[in-house]
Design a protein around this ligand. Sequence first.
Ligand SMILES: Cc1ncc(COP(=O)(O)O)c(C=O)c1O
Length: 458
Amino acid sequence: MQKDINIFIELVEQLLLEEKSQPVAKPIPTSDLYNQLDLSLNENGLIDDDLKNILKDIIKSTPKTASKSFFNQLFGGRIGKAALGDLLAVMFNNSMYTYKVAGPHVGIEKQVIHNICELAGYSKNSDGTLAPGGSMSNMMALTMARDYKNGSIRTHGLNRLMTLYTSKESHYSISKNAALTGIGRNQVRHVNTNNKGELLAEHLGELVQKDINDGYEPFFVNATAGTTVLGAFDDIEAISKVCKKHKLWLHVDGAYCGGVIFSKTYKQLIKGLELSDSFSVNAHKMLGTPLSCSIIVTQHKAQLHHSFSNEADYLYQTDSDDFNLGKTSLQCGRRNDALKLWTLWKSIGTNGLEKIVDKQFEMADIARTYINNHKDYTLHSFDDSISICFSYKDIAAKEICTALYENSKLMVGFGKFNNQEFVRMVTINSVLEKEDILAFFETLESYVSSTLLNISAS
Ligand SMILES: Cc1ncc(COP(=O)(O)O)c(C=O)c1O
């Protein structure tokens, strides 16, 4: 093992150097992937030096999501202490289903969940678990809501059409999960948003009432804390009133920006969170842990157990259900995703996590100010968001983003709202500084003027 640890350290050192010298890796065209890299699996193995060389080639062309040129997705950067926790989890190789096999890591996960429930303002009757990503956390919420409405679905299956509600701007996992949980995509109602991409509670009420009149059984509403494109926050308090009136489960999907629970300044964006039935947050997005670290909590502890527990004599042989976490989880064998967040949290405290979150909003403000002060740009997103959506000189966003990527300049994606396509820059990497934000615009502008505009002119 020691030999492999030495190889690992050597490879990681190369990765860290590459991140600095070539922050956007040269992409390999898919048609050439198997020619450029030796990805083959063969009868005979390799000596360590040959294996190392192949891994070094792979490192070179792996997209550098921790570099300061990565603004593409809703994660990025690398925080040492969180990576340390995750590396240890790999070495421990526990499975989180029982106390017997995971030992103190059960306590670690329970502590993380407990503190997140407290920050969410949830009652003592709350509990939660970790799922393999925000999509799966949303599916757990949907499953609990379905079973909460009708306890016999777990055994008998659906006996009438049930409807759920989410905004047009919410994540696609809501519709996908409707299909997976037997609700059916046709029973997903997409609620209108205002011009900032926030769900309109009034329209929600109308849709629910119409479904009741038409004989459907409404049961679930998803509010988003940080929509995937614009980073908008739905009005939880207004939505909650509709949910209370019609006895609907309210889930808050905070996969992207639920991390604001750590910030005294930005917590107001999720005002009313304590009125929700469940809440999910991806620590691998705003909190900067490695993928994946998604937490789902609910105020209905018994429902979590009811929806996800299953007897298994061959597995649960010691200790109570409270410490055998397989009884409240989606999976059987489960990776230890809590340790990376706990290690980070323990080392920098809640105040440190607050600084991580606040920094992202600070960088977003810098980017918006830059855009507003430069006439070639048009801003399409809004304050209090870490998604900065803009267009530049009327050049198609797709063209800009693809050219920057293919030429190893920047990684940034594009999105759409109200039929307007734009570049979406995300300031989620908490190690970014003002100069990195300004460098982003400088790179974009010089690349466009030297290349794209020349191409368009010729
Ligand atoms: C609002 C929202 N919910 C859920 C998800 C899905 O999270 P994951 O990618 O961890 O499945 C995302 C991902 O970007 C998201 O933006």
